[in-house]
Design a protein around this ligand. Structure first.
Ligand SMILES: CC(C)(COP(=O)(O)OP(=O)(O)OC[C@H]1O[C@@H](n2cnc3c(N)ncnc32)[C@H](O)[C@@H]1OP(=O)(O)O)[C@@H](O)C(=O)NCCC(=O)NCCS
Length: 163
């Protein structure tokens, strides 16, 4: 490897890695979440979730940088995804899929048999992600979400069986 090859190798973006979430991640989680949803969560709200023993989550990022995360609430052998988001600039590079796949294993490892979530019917990106993982529609909640323009959107309730 030549000298310039070495420096570009050294400066390469690290491979994204899945990792656990810590209290210090709360501000970054709040920032990523606010890019994805118009109703944001405050840092104290995120801190309360991270301190809650019923909430299970994972993050993903390169090096120390957090670029995406997922949080679910677990009750007995069921769980519900509360939120999943990837930073705008890091989307469509496989991070959402990778953190969600790791989360499915994490939940299955804790005895969760069925995972639920709600998704806006018009959220094509998220719906394609869930379709690719065989989540199935089990319900609809009409006019469930309030849009920034005051309109209403339908929530689909999806379910996936975990092995
Ligand atoms: C949904 C979200 C987490 C996906 O994260 P991501 O890292 O961009 O997704 P990935 O790159 O892992 O994509 C995995 C698959 O999802 C689907 N997908 C992701 N973004 C898509 C888009 N903009 N349009 C269509 N399909 C998309 C594709 O099937 C994709 O596979 P492919 O790239 O091989 O075609 C991300 O778009 C996001 O943070 N959105 C805002 C928050 C949100 O809506 N969360 C879901 C709430 S229910």
């Amino acid at each position: 490897m030549g000298r310039s090859g070495f420096w570009s190798w050294l400066a390469r973006p690290a491979h994204p890695a899945v990792r656990s979430l810590a209290m210090r991640d709360a501000p970054r989680i709040a920032a990523i979440h606010s890019e994805g949803f118009h109703r944001g969560w405050s840092v104290p709200e995120i801190e309360a979730m991270l301190a809650d023993a019923t909430i299970v989550g994972l993050g993903i990022g390169r090096g120390r940088a957090l670029e995406g995360f997922v949080l679910s609430r677990r009750a007995a052998d069921e769980a519900e995804i509360l939120t999943i988001a990837v930073a705008t600039g890091a989307r469509r590079s496989g991070l959402g899929l990778a953190v969600l796949l790791a989360h499915l294993s994490q939940l299955a490892g804790r005895g969760v048999r069925a995972l639920f979530l709600e998704v806006d019917e018009g959220n094509a990106a998220a719906r394609a992600l869930y379709d690719s993982l065989d989540f199935r529609e089990v319900g609809r909640r009409n006019a469930y979400y309030r849009r920034p323009d005051g309109g209403r959107a339908t929530a689909l309730v999806l379910r996936k069986e975990l092995a």
